[in-house]
Write a protein of this length. Structure first.
Length: 175
């Protein structure tokens, strides 16, 4: 079953790209659709994991850009001032016992996955980075959450924390 799902994920994106090109659909919309298909397939597995086997992976742009306490090496450096959502992710980490990594790019995101060795991932990113990351990680289920960019790309981004928490509960059976 896992091989079938992995093949569906791998094959669906190029098909979506071709169809989108023919129909004149924007790239972001195609990537959103791919993420939705991926999430549906991941959720359909109904596999449950221990909280410590779950990684929340998010880009560094979720941190307030003027913060003096950098959290890319250690999320516990967050002072919980409330100016960004890093403190919300720390709270989820403490509440459920999941791991959280903040990466400055794809290379560090892949390194975090390699070092932490999670059995499942909740990834937060823009459409392009999320699609790329899902396709990069072959043997680990990745639930993707597209971030919000009220200030433009890669700058003080946001995430729906309720959606992150629901994904944690779905992966862990409530923590």
């Amino acid at each position: 079953m896992n091989k079938i799902l992995l093949t569906l994920i791998d094959v669906s994106y190029p098909v979506l790209q071709i169809l989108g090109g023919i129909l004149g659909i924007e790239k972001d919309k195609i990537q959103q659709s791919f993420t939705n298909i991926n999430n549906f397939l991941v959720n359909s597995r109904h596999e449950k994991y221990m909280p410590e086997d779950l990684l929340i992976l998010t880009p560094h742009c979720i941190q307030f850009n003027e913060c003096k306490f950098k959290v890319t090496n250690d999320i516990d450096n967050c002072r919980r001032c409330g100016r960004c959502q890093v403190s919300d992710l720390v709270k989820l980490k403490e509440k459920y016992g999941v791991k959280v990594a903040i990466a400055t790019g794809g290379t560090l995101a892949r390194k975090a996955v390699k070092d932490i060795k999670p059995k499942a991932i909740i990834a937060i990113a823009c459409e392009r980075d999320l699609t790329s990351g899902i396709l990069d990680v072959k043997k680990i289920p990745v639930y993707g959450i597209i971030n919000m960019r009220p200030n433009g790309p890669c700058f003080n981004t946001k995430v729906n924390i309720d959606e992150v928490e629901k994904a944690i509960i779905n992966f862990t059976n409530g923590g």
